[in-house]
Structure formats: structure tokens, C-alpha cells
Design a protein. Structure first.
Length: 317
């Protein structure tokens, strides 16, 4: 007789893109890190009958079988079930998340990854990270249209990721820890819209956009080398250069510029938008000694909330 199923809970982190957003959609490299202070948590509760989904944070409670065909949570549940080859019934899926939605912190991908992982664990099955990431990528297509795959990858692997679309995943090594302040503009910016606008601009001005993507792409290996050699001082100027190029792509906004200027004015060594832009979050490189001053300056400039995350060296065993 199979073991009785018990309540289980798993979580997945948020993420920030350090370098290379948008250009990554067009085959250039990008770097991203997980942010563990904000998480999506999924609890699977044994409950007789059809599968129920409870995502109260976003005001939704519904039966899996009543979900529209493009519902991201239902799609992830169904694809996970199909991959595992199981019939989906006799449980409820509870979703809670502290990751702000549509702010470039990977909330959608984190929910997908946590849902897939939780269902597999509940059923006592193994769902390798590579597969979990691939399933979440399918769901990202519903959110984004043409996602690069970086969000689902960094969140499923929960490690720093150097990402090139279509290439095997590589992680990068953090040799010296550094701190990044993540400041929320409060402006909701659906990735699909920014990505769609960039695509139209790229179609209209192909050579100019290809050149901008090339210039962004050239920053990434330098940033990786700086992080891997522990030359954190070199990172700030590279962030600023990347930010200037995202302005030229057309994805900055007055709210983003306000926070970038406030960060640099308070002594951040570099600052840029992170994610799709148009709103969402700004990231700034900050020294421990300057952290409080920077956080205050960002809040005074209108940031809704500021998280400081330490990008750490990998644990040694
Ligand atoms: O999900 P966001 O807002 O972090 O945006 C993802 C980054 C983009 O490069 C703009 C899109 C993508 O799919 O990589």
C-alpha cells in the first residue's frame, strides 16, 4: 500500500538580474542571482476530491478543472502531473508569496518552480532541477511571450547563473561577497509589455538595437571576471554602463532614474534597473559601511521598499 500522503511545504526564491536584461532575449549573455529574502511558498494539503488552487495573495481560489487554459498556476500543475505520469486529484495547492508581482523579481517563475517541486515531493517523486526549470519555462511563455529562460533557470537552480539562451547552464563563482540594495519603484511593469515594445523597436531599428545588445553583451564577461576575481570595485562602473544602455533601449522610466540618481548620490558604487524595466526594481552596489545611508536615500526618493541582499561566496564543506 502506498504511504499515506502528508502535508508538505516548499519554497523558491526571488531573483535579480545583475547584468544583461533584454539583450539576453537576443542571445547575449546575462547574469542573475537568487534573492532568498523574498520567496514563494507552496503547501500541498491532502484533501479528497478534485484539485483545488488557493492563491489568496492574488485574490484567487478555484478548482484546477475550472481554470482557463492560459492560467499559469494550473498549467504548471498539469504539466508537472503529465511529466510525472500521475493523475491529479486528492490535494489542494496553497500558494503564498512575499515576492512583489511584476517588479522584475521573478515572482511568476518562483511560483512555478515551487508548485512543480511541491507536487513532486508530495507524490514522493523526483523532479530534477533541469526538468523543473524546463516546465517553468513553458509557463513563463504565458507570462512573457518570448522569455529568455533566465528567470526559471536561476530560481530552479537557486545559484548564481551566467546565462546564454540555448546553451548549457553555467554558474559563476563569487570570490568576495558583495551587497546589492534592491529598491522598488512601486510601479508595476508586466514583463510581456516591455519585452514586446523592445521587440517592435528592434524590428523597426534593427542595426541600432543589435549594436546596443552587442554593447550590453560585451559588459557581461567583464562583470563575470570582476566577480570571479573578487574585484568588486570594477562592478560599479559596469552596472552604470549597462544602465545607460538600457536607457537607450527605451526601458527606463522617470521613477527608475530617480532611484538610480538617489543611489549614486548616496555613494552607491553603481546602479541600474533590473529586470524588464519601465518600473520594477533598481539595484545598487553598496558597501556595508554605507548601507544605512543608501537605504534612507532610496526611501526618501520614493522607493516603496528596499531589500539589501548579500551575494555570498558558496558555502565550503
Ligand atoms: O522577469 P523580469 O522582469 O526580470 O524580466 C526578465 C528579463 C528580460 O530580459 C527583460 C526578459 C527575459 O525573458 O529575459
Amino acid at each position: 500500500m502506498p504511504a499515506p500522503r502528508t502535508l508538505i511545504s516548499v519554497s523558491a526564491p526571488g531573483k535579480i538580474i545583475l547584468f544583461g536584461e533584454h539583450a539576453v532575449v537576443y542571445g547575449r549573455p546575462a547574469m542573475a542571482v537568487p534573492v532568498s529574502q523574498v520567496r514563494a511558498t507552496v503547501t500541498i494539503e491532502p484533501r479528497a476530491g478534485p484539485v483545488e488552487i488557493d492563491a489568496k495573495d492574488v485574490g484567487r481560489q478555484y478548482a484546477l478543472r475550472d481554470a482557463p487554459s492560459d492560467d499559469p498556476i494550473a498549467t504548471m500543475i498539469e504539466r508537472t502531473g503529465a511529466w510525472l505520469g500521475v493523475e491529479l486529484q486528492d490535494f489542494a495547492v496553497h500558494i503564498r508569496s512575499t515576492i512583489p508581482v511584476a517588479r522584475g523579481l521573478g515572482s511568476g517563475a518562483a511560483v512555478s518552480v515551487a508548485v512543480g517541486h511541491a507536487i513532486a515531493k508530495f507524490l514522493g517523486r523526483d523532479l530534477p532541477r533541469e526538468q523543473l526549470s524546463a516546465l517553468a519555462f513553458e509557463v513563463e511563455k504565458l507570462h512573457h511571450g518570448t522569455p529568455s529562460g533566465i528567470d526559471n533557470t536561476v530560481i530552479a537552480y537557486e545559484q548564481p547563473i551566467y546565462f546564454v539562451r540555448g546553451e548549457p547552464i553555467t554558474t559563476f563563482t563569487v570570490t568576495r561577497a558583495f551587497r546589492i540594495a534592491i529598491a522598488d519603484t512601486g510601479v508595476v511593469s508586466p514583463t510581456r509589455i516591455a519585452v514586446g515594445d523592445v521587440r517592435r523597436a528592434w524590428e523597426a531599428e534593427h542595426a541600432r538595437y543589435e549594436s546596443l545588445f552587442d554593447q550590453i553583451g560585451a559588459i557581461i564577461p567583464a562583470a563575470r571576471a570582476a566577480i570571479e576575481s573578487g574585484d568588486i570595485d570594477a562592478l560599479g562602473p559596469l552596472m552604470n554602463a549597462n544602465h545607460k544602455l538600457t536607457q537607450q533601449i527605451g526601458v527606463s522610466s522617470p521613477e527608475i532614474e530617480l532611484l538610480v540618481d538617489a543611489a549614486l548620490g548616496a555613494g552607491a558604487r553603481g546602479a541600474k534597473l533590473s529586470g524588464a524595466g519601465r518600473g520594477g526594481n533598481v539595484i545598487a552596489l553598496v558597501g556595508e559601511e554605507n548601507q544605512e545611508k543608501l537605504v534612507r536615500a532610496l526611501l526618501n526618493a520614493g522607493a516603496r521598499r528596499v531589500i539589501v541582499t548579500k551575494i555570498d561566496k558558496p558555502p565550503t564543506d
